[in-house]
Design a binder for this molecule. Sequence first.
Ligand SMILES: *Cc1c(COP(=O)(O)O)cnc(C)c1O
Length: 249
Amino acid sequence: MNPSTDADRAAELASALAAVRTRLDSAARDAGRDPAEVALITVTKFFPAADAAAVLRAGCADLGESRVQEAGPKTIEVAELLGDDEPAPRWHMLGRIQRNKARAVARWAHSAHSVDSDRLITALGNAAERARDEGERDGALRVLLQVSLDGDPDRGGAPRDQIPALADLVAQTPSLQLRGVMGVPPLGWEPARAFTALAEVHAALRADHPGATELSAGMSADLETAVTHGSTCVRVGTAILGPRPIAFR
Ligand SMILES: *Cc1c(COP(=O)(O)O)cnc(C)c1O
């Protein structure tokens, strides 16, 4: 523990967070949108619990993680760092979820943005129900369906023609709440092309499920483009916390 270094890091994170909020606000205004319509999730994967707590104290209560093995212990560590009078974070699961990790995710996740198969939906539904029965969570697990815009199975997400059936399955599962869609631009695609396609998928989903209002789109490099195309939730890591090790981009 080095108090002055910790304070420096906290100040650095607070100022990076403010800079991202400024980018979001001006992108929203340029698009004729209310900045309050766009939520910011700070993606803390690969960074320590102390950084996550500092981001939370700087005013961002939505935190995102990608790997279950890393996130589970980190959520506990962050809770231990926070005082009783401090707000608790809302943890968002953003990365691939193996079905045998559904139970772990249901313990700590406010929402899961990376849901992409019927078998995973069933596993998460059962896991969230058990977590509720055992007093480990309060409400339903909020679900965003991840859309694969190019159909590449290696990068996660379901092809768009599967989204309606997956959405119906989430809607029929009492312990899950359908919130919307999430997408990442495929390799080699212009972000504008990807976010236009994602917004189309979202509009079709909302026609059947009006409550599915969330469009989770945009990261450090393309958040302005995402906001222009209707994103309600950007997921930002690098622009707030700094670069991750190359092996974990
Ligand atoms: C890591 C990650 C992010 C954050 O990416 P940055 O480019 O660092 O902002 C956003 N979304 C998902 C799904 C991620 O895995």
